[in-house]
Design a protein around this ligand. Sequence first.
Ligand code: ADP
Ligand code: ADP
Length: 232
Amino acid sequence: PLTIEIRDLVVRHDEGRAPALGGVGLTLTPGKRTALVGPSGAGKSTLLAALMRLVDPESGDIRLTGPDGSADIRELTPEAVRERITGLTQDPYIFQATLRDNLRLAGPDADDERLRSAVRRARLARWVERTGWDAQLGEDARTVSGGQLQRLALARALLYDPEILLLDEPAEALDETTADALMSDLLDATHGRTTLIVTHRLRGLDRVDEIIVLEEGRVTQRGPHSELLAQP
Ligand code: ADP
Ligand code: ADP
């Protein structure tokens, strides 16, 4: 289990403009789920990009600490980062095939020692059981709803068993009911896994361990749901 520690992170996309992240510090604790909320342009996507090593910080660092020690993610290869930190985008790539084939084809390399097919089948079976997907696995991925595609993308990611999951507004572009159901499923599926969820939706966040509010590149509030949000 890895702890991610972000310290004083400054990321600037354009010289001469204000940084997208102006000194962000936060810790992602193993097994805990954190929601990252804040207005558009606050720097949420930039923070996820930095965690995936897609942008380089101007200063500050991101450290991964585990039983084997501690490393700045810049000391790791992009592959080593990708193995540990998996991010899901809003628009997952899909094959023009059934959901079942999408899981099979985009899942981990079948030769991968850690991911023998029996293990994958077991994980997939658990997921299918949880989401009540059985009836849908044979459907063409192009015909299923946006919510199901997000579930597919998460299922694919979980097959790799990443230490840390980053979800970027998974319920964006879905209607209320579908979005609520998806968020609820995602929270079920990420139980016990270190997860950072970027979301505009405050509903359902009583199930995350910590909420972090980002505004203009800075953390302005943080705490459990009970401290930050009024109960309806
Ligand atoms: P959202 O609120 O959904 O994050 P944004 O408009 O902030 O939407 O950004 C959408 C995507 O466009 C992000 O991935 C971000 O990295 C990229 N982006 C945002 N602003 C710029 C910009 N000025 N130049 C280039 N890319 C940008
Ligand atoms: P959020 O995800 O919270 O909407 P972003 O991280 O997308 O915020 O954007 C933070 C700031 O950085 C915004 O001012 C945005 O325009 C800018 N930005 C984001 N991505 C890029 C990019 N690739 N190039 C230039 N500016 C960007």
